[in-house]
Design a protein around this ligand. Structure first.
Ligand code: NFA
Length: 101
């Protein structure tokens, strides 16, 4: 009929992408003092004393522990900062990053 508007059936898929998060992992080694690991976890990752101790002991006993998750650039910057801080103090302590599932 004249003047009738034709409605198109357009399906709109909402596209809201959450940025992928990256885990920062603390890796165990035989040389870095436990207290220094706790200090770095507190200074760089803002963990409380008890959180830092738990993460440090988990990595010590199991080989590694997730410290926290962040957007990729933050995870990479913090892992590098923490690893550098250890290196400056003569310790081989390492932090790694990997994407979340
Ligand atoms: N394994 C280290 C030690 O016995 C402590 C440590 C824990 C190092 C977690 C690195 C990561 N002194």
């Amino acid at each position: 009929m004249a003047g009738t508007t034709v409605e198109r059936k357009t399906s709109v898929t909402p596209k809201v992408e959450r940025p992928k998060l990256y885990k920062v992992l603390l890796l165990n080694d035989d040389y870095t003092p436990r207290e220094f690991v706790v200090l770095v976890l507190h200074a760089v990752f803002r963990l409380s004393g008890s959180q830092a101790s738990t993460v440090m002991m988990t990595a010590h006993q199991k080989g590694s522990c997730v410290v926290s998750v962040y957007p990729r650039d933050v995870a990479e910057t913090k892992a590098a900062e923490a690893t550098d801080l250890a290196k400056q103090n003569g310790y081989p302590l390492l932090f790694a990053t990997e994407p979340e599932e």
